[in-house]
Design a protein around this ligand. Structure first.
Ligand SMILES: [Zn+2]
Length: 333
């Protein structure tokens, strides 16, 4: 299996599978193709460091009941409440997407976007994510290792219909220097188009578009890494950030040069990463979307503003429930 072989080359990922009994090739070709809610077959854990904190962190992904959604639990803060992975719990988007308890901003989890992207693309509706620190491990700076963890855990259909959010009219937010993010109605599924424009000639102008399916995500964007320009690193580190950053978990760009000795994984890895970020950020809607997404220079801030604008007006959207649960599950219910 290609992903297993690729992962074996990445020594930074200390994957601790609690059991591999559930490991299997997914039979669902498309994360939008299932009708039942999905959770994990079994728990699975990983160890890593936070990109900004540099601190070791252990994370455990666990099955959760129907209608639970995705939620984080800071197990190092035992009296704290769960943090639902929802757009209205986002408290910071400057360097990553950070969520927090509504009434306790110290109970927070940063850099959730790559994990959320993998959960979205794999069609995981319900999961509890236990974590013993304030930041999701960066692993290799992409979503590939989270995707691998989810494959190892396996998927379990549940006895309830899946829900999705159908976008009913165009919603658009704009940022500085021509940046924008937009959602439009679509007949099915979620399709994304992203473009970027950087002064650094190693990045320059790039565009990428794809429908969100499990296979397209895995093949085309999951392993595309986060990136930083060299001149920003010093400022980040002076601010106490990027302490866990290295050439093992980020692409470092200096003008026309890529400083990573192994170069890029894709010629347009940068825009593919930004599209993958949007897959994660948009899952903070609480369900997958039936919509077309278009972003230009759109990052975590605009992606979050887009969801806040979407949900600010009830005429923009509706919750749709898939009604065709499979006969086997209906009989078992
Ligand atoms: Zn990212």
């Amino acid at each position: 299996m290609q992903i297993l072989a690729e992962r074996a080359k990445v020594p930074s990922a200390r994957l601790m599978t609690e059991s591999f009994r559930g490991r299997q090739e997914f039979t669902q070709p498309d994360s939008n193709g299932t009708q039942e809610q999905i959770t994990l077959s079994q728990p699975i854990s990983c160890l890593g460091v936070g990109l900004h904190s540099g601190a070791p962190v252990r994370m455990r992904l666990k099955p959760a009941p129907v209608h639970h959604g995705i939620a984080f639990s800071r197990i190092d803060r035992p009296d704290s409440s769960l943090i639902p992975a929802r757009y209205d719990h986002v408290i910071d988007t400057r360097l990553s997407t950070v969520i927090a308890c509504p009434h306790d901003s110290l109970t927070r989890v940063a850099t959730i976007e790559h994990l959320m992207a993998a959960l979205h693309a794999n069609g995981i509706d319900n999961a509890l994510i236990e974590i013993d620190g304030p930041e999701v491990p960066v692993l290799d700076g992409s979503a590939a290792e989270f995707d691998f963890l989810l494959q190892c855990a396996g998927k379990a259909p549940q006895q309830a219909s899946r829900q999705r959010i159908e976008v009913l009219q165009r919603v658009r937010v704009e940022g500085p220097h021509g940046a924008y993010a937009e959602l439009r109605p679509a007949r099915r599924g979620l399709a994304l188009a992203m473009s970027i424009d950087f002064h650094a000639s190693a990045i320059g102008q790039q565009r990428y578009a794809m429908p969100l399916t499990q296979n397209r995500f895995r093949q085309d964007v999951a392993n595309c890494r986060t990136f930083v320009e060299r001149h920003d690193i010093e400022a980040l580190q002076k601010a106490g950030l990027a302490r866990g950053g290295s050439l093992d978990n980020a692409i470092v760009v200096d003008g026309a040069e890529i400083l990573n000795p192994s170069g890029l994984r894709r010629a347009n890895e940068f825009v593919r990463h930004k599209l993958m970020d949007a897959v994660g950020d948009l899952y903070l809607a609480g369900h997958t979307l039936q919509a077309g997404f278009m972003g230009h220079k759109s990052g975590h801030g605009l992606n979050n503003q887009l969801l806040r604008t979407l949900f600010s007006d009830q005429s923009n959207w509706r919750l749709v429930q898939d009604t065709t649960v499979s006969p086997a599950l209906s009989a078992a219910a």
